[in-house]
Design a protein around this ligand. Structure first.
Ligand code: FEO
Length: 393
């Protein structure tokens, strides 16, 4: 299915309705899409990105549908295979096409896809490529989310082709954003799972595109934004230093002791006017947990002790939070043990990427007693005081 964005600009990518896991890691509750675009100028034709190899046949059919009998340039914004994976097939069918990308991405494409060196044309930041009556201006936008990522601005139509930047894992038959709330949710999930570790670089890239007159943002996952303010404002907010008066509680319990403590803790937070998002780690969607980490001021992990250390599910949550580098300001641990525990030391040792102050943990021996519940109330008071001092309440 080929769809027209504007005269001589077509969406020729693939919708992957059935995808449920990305990179064998990230849940995709609403599927995804691998967007690719054809820009037909008066003299030359460019294909911007390709699709995941599982959907190569869709892209090739769409190119036929769109009447593309010649491709002069294949613009590779990003070497990850969900966008570059069909380049070798396109090169076979369009033998005169050149792969246009930056030097870093070129080398990665050679490493990942074994593309011959003579098929490339490299471009630098700010360089323009004329298609006749349309111009492609390349803008390096590094670390969204690999080091080689770049975007393309088409000044005649005021379109920014941003690849993963501003993307959303969302399969939809609508070409343009229809339901803003749904797209916001998918885009936030995408930001949390893919972009959040690169907050600083995202701010630099937002500044870099701020002078462009952008009427449309066409990313390589999810729908196209014809009101780009929606996603630009959301990215500014997510990537800012601002956090919310909210505690993310991610816990698991084996025999109920940790669960009782978490129940008491969550009630204590709510009574103090603090928002809570609670996740049970054996059943939770890790994407939802990642989204909650985007702007919560505080994270508290709850874990029983297994073989001296934390429950593996709690360790996984700590590892994930550490890798995603949220802007969390405060963290703590609630847990229990039967006969000995190094769970606190091991969990805090896994959170070194977080620039969070660790508030005094609460660990119960066996079933929680009155003293443990009092300690939990003290932790809730500590969090309240910290949130107040940070101006969040
Ligand atoms: Fe959608 Fe980083 O690839």
């Amino acid at each position: 299915m080929t769809r027209k964005l504007k005269p001589d600009i077509y969406a020729v990518g693939a919708i992957d309705w059935d995808a449920r896991l990305f990179d064998r890691l990230i849940p995709l509750p609403d599927g995804t899409s691998y967007n690719a675009y054809v820009v037909r100028g008066s003299q030359k034709t460019a294909l911007l990105d390709t699709v995941d190899p599982v959907k190569t046949h869709v892209l090739l059919n769409n190119l036929v549908d769109a009447g593309v009998d010649k491709i002069d340039y294949i613009i590779a914004h990003h070497a990850e295979q969900d966008h570059s994976g069909s380049i070798p097939d396109v090169l076979l069918i369009y033998p005169d096409a050149k792969v246009v990308t930056n030097p870093k991405c070129k080398q990665m494409l050679i490493d990942l896809l074994d593309i011959e060196e003579n098929r490339f044309m490299t471009v630098e930041d700010g360089q323009e490529l004329s298609l006749g009556n349309k111009t492609l201006r390349f803008i390096t936008t590094p670390w969204v989310h690999w080091p080689e990522t770049m975007s393309t601005y088409l000044p005649e139509d005021k379109i920014l082709f941003s690849c993963d930047f501003f993307g959303a894992h969302l399969a939809t038959s609508r070409l343009f954003v229809d339901d803003e709330a749904v797209v916001y949710e998918s885009a936030k999930r995408y930001y949390a799972e893919i972009m959040m570790p690169f907050r600083k670089q995202i701010n630099s890239n937002l500044a870099k595109i701020s002078d462009l007159d952008i009427k449309i943002i066409a990313p390589s996952h999810g729908p196209v934004y014809d009101q780009p303010d929606l996603i630009i404002r959301a990215y500014r907010q997510w990537a800012s230093d601002t956090v919310r008066n909210e505690v993310v509680v991610a816990y698991i319990s084996m025999h109920g002791s940790t669960a009782k403590m978490i129940d008491h803790f969550v009630d204590a937070l709510v009574e103090r006017g603090i928002d809570v998002k609670q996740f049970e780690l054996s059943t939770t969607d890790i994407g939802k947990l990642a989204m909650a980490l985007v702007d919560a001021a505080t994270v508290v992990l709850g874990s029983p002790t297994v073989l001296i250390g934390p429950h593996p599910s709690a360790a996984y949550a700590a590892f994930l939070a550490n890798a995603l580098r949220p802007k969390t300001k405060f963290a703590s641990i609630i847990g229990s043990f039967g006969w000995g525990s190094k769970a606190v030391e091991q969990l805090t040792g896994m959170l070194t990427n977080l620039k969070a102050e660790i508030l005094e943990p609460v660990i119960a021996k066996g079933d929680p007693k009155d003293t443990d519940y009092a300690a939990i109330d003290r932790l809730a008071d500590d969090i309240l005081a910290k949130h107040k001092a940070a101006g969040l309440i």
